[in-house]
Design a protein around this ligand. Structure first.
Ligand code: NAP
Length: 240
């Protein structure tokens, strides 16, 4: 049976990806950090969706988990925001910004895969505009990880969406949501005037559409190496 390990399963995208994989008959293993206050609730939720839960700490132990589970696909869907990083850093006294979470934990996962000597396809949720030389730290860490993944010799799928949002996102991100609504309104007009490609590349993806397209693109080419944008994801989701 095909196995997928989902890091960041508790996030907006991660939940949709986990549900989608389980529905497609994949053995979906949702990672929840062991210190999560909601570990019990997540276990109940994912189990009900047909997935299982792994709570390996973000340490060298991750390599042993990779060796034990031997996933065919590893989804890396982790990330923080400035506001959230500041909150986490105040609460724990540990670095929790883009460098520590978006880059650090994702790199630890890649290291664990390589240490376990397995060859899953690594599916990395990056961002449009990711570039190692960017002055924007969010885009720079994504660019750096994209390069390291491409140099790893593993099959990969790098997904570069614009906004990811929807009315089913439970975390309040007012500025992001307003930004995505305003951008979508402009892109809606652009699409009407013929700029459909611009719309499909830049308009917001809902968690459900992103998961549908990303899972399809991942499963269809287990040994492939590809970088895709929101337009590719939309096309794949429409074909599901
Ligand atoms: N939102 C957008 O518009 C957008 C656009 C393009 C790309 N992206 C990128 O896509 C990815 C997923 O986005 P999303 O909106 O689905 O993310 P999300 O809902 O914010 O979920 C983030 C995930 O990262 C985990 N995480 C955050 N801080 C952590 C920490 N200190 N230690 C361990 N785990 C931590 C969370 O775990 P807990 O639940 O345990 O906290 C959660 O599973 C991110 O990399 C994001 O930057 C987002």
């Amino acid at each position: 049976m095909t196995t997928a390990f989902i890091a960041g399963a508790t996030g907006y995208t991660g939940r949709h990806v986990t549900d989608r994989l389980a529905r497609e008959g994949v053995r979906a293993v949702a990672h929840v950090r062991p210190d999560s206050a909601a570990l019990g609730a997540w276990t109940a939720r994912f189990t009900a969706a047909g997935a299982s839960v792994d709570a390996t700490p973000w340490t060298d132990e991750m390599a042993r988990t990779m060796a034990r589970l031997r996933p065919d696909f590893v989804f890396a869907l982790l990330g923080t925001t400035r506001a959230r990083a500041a909150r986490d850093e105040r609460a724990t006294g540990k670095a929790a910004g883009y460098e520590a979470v978006d880059y650090g934990l994702t790199a630890l996962l890649l290291h664990a895969v390589r240490a376990a000597a397995i060859r899953p396809r690594v599916v990395y949720l990056s961002s449009i505009g990711a570039r190692e030389q960017s002055a924007n730290p969010y885009l720079a860490v994504r660019g750096r990880f994209e390069r390291e993944l491409q140099e790893s010799g593993l099959p990969y799928l790098i997904v570069q969406p614009s906004f990811i949002s929807g009315s089913d996102r439970d975390e309040r991100r007012v500025v992001e949501r307003m930004g995505s609504i305003a951008l979508d309104a402009l892109l809606g007009v652009a699409a009407l005037t013929g700029a459909r490609a611009l719309h499909d590349r830049w308009a917001t993806l809902t968690g459900d559409a992103l998961a549908a397209g990303m899972v399809r693109l991942a499963l269809d080419a287990p040994d492939g190496c590809a970088i895709v944008d929101a337009a590719d994801v939309r096309r794949a989701a429409r074909a599901v």
